[in-house]
Ligand binder design. Structure first.
Ligand code: ADP
Length: 450
């Protein structure tokens, strides 16, 4: 009723005035008055319509018309409506902007394809993984840009539960997992995830299992073969029996060493294996390692100990002993009889350096970066002959990393090698004899740490 009240009351007033004029001055005056009012209303309406049209052409920039009466009401309501729309448009725009920023920041490549498989939008990661450029490639058919046969087959299959694992078309080092997700009317989202690390871990796992199986196969075949021979020929001469037993014992020990080393590695790698922070008496440990080297060498090498520091270390005695013991054992095993092996302990710029030098066969430069990989050996048969498992330096690297230390290898083929374990200042401590510090006795070869 609010809207109608004002025009109806104006109309009633005009009619009243017209009636009074008619009664007082006759019908001509009344009609003249009504015609004048009519003309005024028409002109006013035209004027307000013009102002409304001008405002509606550019409502965000032009000020809304100012009017009274019914037109004022209309303008006021339109302006309210416009304000409400503007606010909800602003909210929508900021939600869209946020969504776009999030999609731009997603580390996976994302491409929106329309019903014709043309690119509608793609994020920056899709450039890294697929070489796409949102500005340049918008509207392009994805088939013309990514032409690998397996990708086209994947698109044709439109099997949304399937993932395609393939190399990135622009970087063969990157392995991608592609997935198509349908949405809207015939649209698709193509998602490209970098699974290079996962693939690498999977390849390492496969290699590891293949290596362990390979390492176990030979000793198991030998032991199995001897057991069969002895079962088939119970009256073998005693000397033959002895020889077979010795060989079986040898191969059984080899398997035992392998399992010990594997267990050590697995313990070192397990997340809940905490590092001890006990005092390690390095000079005493070095003397014990020298005795170990002499026992392994059986008098074939000259073994020297050079102690230029009395400092101790903080860490796990068992792990450090296992790591340094591996370096010592390698020096003995890869140095021909008559050679010299030197164990030394010194400080350099606050760091502790435990070095094992030998005058053995040395290592060609191209092998050095790979020596700490599991089962990597320069000469497989040489390593086996001397009871190696191919895991010794992998254990060394793990132990040193856990102590914030590093391994440096210097070697000249034919002349010898120096393996240095370098411990950081924070793991060094002055000599002393705190309770509980001791050096555990050496087993025949390095046993599992931890
Ligand atoms: P392994 O059980 O075969 O000795 P390691 O991991 O201890 O395994 O060593 C890996 C390889 O590094 C060895 O197979 C050997 O080829 C080489 N190597 C290690 N120490 C020495 C050394 N002191 N002199 C020469 N080669 C060495």
């Amino acid at each position: 009723m609010g809207f109608w009240w004002r025009p109806l009351s104006v109309l009633a007033s005009v009619l009243l005035v017209a009636l009074i004029l008619w009664a007082g001055s006759g019908w001509v005056a009344a009609l003249g008055f009504l015609a004048g009012i009519q003309a005024f209303v028409m002109l006013r309406r035209l004027w307000q319509e013009f102002r409304l049209a001008r405002w509606l052409e550019n409502p965000d920039e032009v000020e809304p018309p100012d009017a009274t009466g019914t037109w004022g009401d209309i303008f006021y309501r339109l302006q309210k409506l416009q304000k409400r729309q503007k606010a909800s448009r602003g909210q929508l725009t900021s939600a869209l902007e946020q969504f776009e920023h999030a999609a731009m920041a997603v580390p996976d490549g994302m491409v929106i394809l329309n019903g014709n498989e043309q690119i509608d939008w793609c994020n920056p990661a899709s450039r890294t993984y697929m070489g796409l450029d949102c500005e340049r490639d918008r509207g392009q058919f994805v088939r013309y840009l990514l032409r690998q046969a397996h990708f086209l087959e994947f698109l044709d299959a439109a099997d949304f539960s399937r993932r395609l694992v393939c190399k990135s078309p622009i970087n063969r080092e990157i392995t991608l997992s592609l997935q198509l997700v349908p949405f809207g009317e015939g649209k698709k989202l193509l998602v490209a995830r970098d699974i290079t690390d996962l693939e690498r871990v999977d390849a390492m796992r496969r290699d590891f299992i293949a290596n362990v199986s390979h390492e176990l196969r030979t000793p198991l075949t030998v032991v199995g073969g001897f057991v069969e021979t002895m079962a088939d020929a119970p009256d073998l001469p005693a000397a033959e029996y002895r020889r077979y037993f010795d060989l079986m014992l040898d191969h059984t020990r080899r398997m035992q060493h392998l399992l010990d080393d594997l267990l050590t590695l697995s313990r070192l790698e397990s997340a809940d294996h905490k590092l001890n922070d006990e005092p390690v008496n390095v000079p005493e440990l070095a003397a014990s390692l020298k005795a170990e080297a002499e026992s392994l060498s059986r008098g074939q090498h000259r073994i020297k100990l050079q102690l230029d520091s009395t400092a101790w270390l903080k860490g796990s005695l068992q792990e450090i002993r296992s790591a340094l013991g591996n370096l010592v054992s390698n020096a003995v095993r890869y140095t021909p009889g008559g050679g010299e092996i030197t164990l030394s302990w010194r400080e350099r710029d606050g760091e502790g350096v435990f070095a094992v030098s030998d005058t053995g066969e040395g290592i060609a430069a191209e092998h050095i970066p790979r020596l700490t990989e599991r089962f990597y050996r320069v000469d497989r048969s040489r390593s086996r002959e001397t009871g190696g498992t191919g895991l010794g330096l992998a254990i060394v690297k793990h132990v040193l990393t856990r102590h914030g230390a590093r391994l440096e290898i210097q070697s000249i083929p034919g002349k010898g090698s120096t393996f240095s374990a370098i411990f950081p200042t924070q793991h060094m401590q002055p000599a002393g004899v705190p309770a509980g510090a001791s050096v555990i006795p050496f087993p025949e070869r390095e046993q599992a740490a931890g």
